[in-house]
Write a protein that binds this ligand. Structure first.
Ligand code: NAD
Length: 317
């Protein structure tokens, strides 16, 4: 880390950004939090509102509305700026608009002299992370997207319910695009120390593959359902961002299905950012875990990869 104090600049103080900020305050995740938004008044109002909660928290965090010059000595720039999905709209449909937004953000962050880690949540997150990588010229380890971290949390919650096991003891992941082509590699899913396939085999009356498929489908469509019900999703992703930030500040070497640049894993080209288990520490995306996927799972990953690559190519960056 560049500083003794842990400093974050948050760009985009909408629902996602502020859910992260609120969680960060309650979890004392950093020492300084700077809020930047196109809507300067909004950033100022949010800073005031959060500061009024400071005395009720265990944090002595310094929170203020700022500008891109505040990125100079920041450790992490979290980007949540841009448009979000309307009901039944796909994440990919946001690409053109959010690329324009990032063209007005990333070069200004870099011009400040920022030398920390970018953490991107804006959708379509895998491609926006790649856009950040291309616009910044940073080393790939220092450009991370939230990827399928939230989807993995949704999966574990539902599996915990199904198997009646604490979700924290379920080691199952959603990988690929954070979007419609994401999937669960069930061959890699483990309950504590027991593979989920063995659970199905040993208690076939109780546990069924069809029900697991329904769970993975529910995970894939969760955002659509929430957006139809309440307009947008933000608490879960806000907490997911907090977890990744904590892993960076505490040099945790924790595993999250972040969006990371492939380095030849799975025989795929090196330039696509995609959700895959990755070890996160103070250096950012430290090590990608290449999974021993079954052939049908590898096919699904390739499909996701192609969608992400083609979509990126379509923006002519
Ligand atoms: P929002 O509309 O509530 O907030 C967006 C904010 O971005 C606004 O405050 C707006 O003023 C700001 N903004 C827009 N253009 C800007 C610019 N050029 N510079 C600085 N700020 C700018 O939207 P939201 O609900 O907070 O969603 C933000 C993004 O997060 C969306 O793309 C959404 O799809 C995405 N999201 C991602 C995940 C995930 O898992 N990664 C989950 C939920 C939402």
């Amino acid at each position: 880390m560049a500083n003794i104090k842990r400093k974050i600049v948050l760009v985009g103080t909408g629902m996602v950004g502020m859910s992260f900020a609120y969680a960060a305050l309650n979890q004392s995740i950093c020492d300084e939090l700077v809020l930047v938004d196109l809507n300067i008044e909004r950033a100022k109002g949010e800073a005031m509102d959060l500061n009024h909660g400071l005395s009720f928290s265990s944090s002595s965090m310094k929170i203020y509305a700022g500008d891109y010059c505040d990125c100079t000595d920041a450790d992490i720039v979290v980007i949540c700026a841009g448009v979000n999905q309307k009901p039944d709209e796909t994440r990919l449909s946001l690409l053109q608009r959010n690329t324009k937004v990032f063209e007005s953000i990333v070069p200004r962050v870099v011009s400040s002299g920022f030398d920390g880690i970018f953490l991107v949540a804006t959708n379509p997150v895998d491609i926006m992370t790649r856009v950040t990588y291309e616009l910044s010229g940073f080393n790939a380890a220092k450009v991370i997207g939230t990827g399928t971290t939230l989807d993995t949390a949704r999966l574990r919650y539902l599996l915990g319910d199904y198997f009646e096991v604490d979700p924290r003891n379920i080691h199952a992941y959603v990988i690929g695009e954070h979007g419609d082509s994401e999937f669960v590699p069930w061959s890699q899913a483990i309950l504590g120390v027991k593979p989920i396939y063995d659970m199905l085999h040993d208690d076939s009356q109780r546990y069924k593959m069809d029900e697991l498929k329904k769970i993975s489908n529910d995970v894939r469509t969760a955002a659509y359902e929430i957006i139809r019900a309440k307009g947008s999703t933000y608490y879960g992703i806000g907490m997911a961002i907090c977890k990744i930030v904590r892993a960076i500040f505490h040099n945790e070497n924790s595993i999250y299905t972040t969006s990371v640049r492939l380095r030849g894993e799975y025989g795929l080209r090196k330039d696509v950012f995609i959700g895959n288990p990755c070890i996160i520490n103070s250096g950012g995306a430290n090590r990608i875990l290449e999974l021993n996927l079954m052939s049908d799972e590898l096919e699904k990953l390739k499909k996701s990869y192609e969608i992400l690559d083609e979509s990126f190519t379509s923006i002519n960056l």
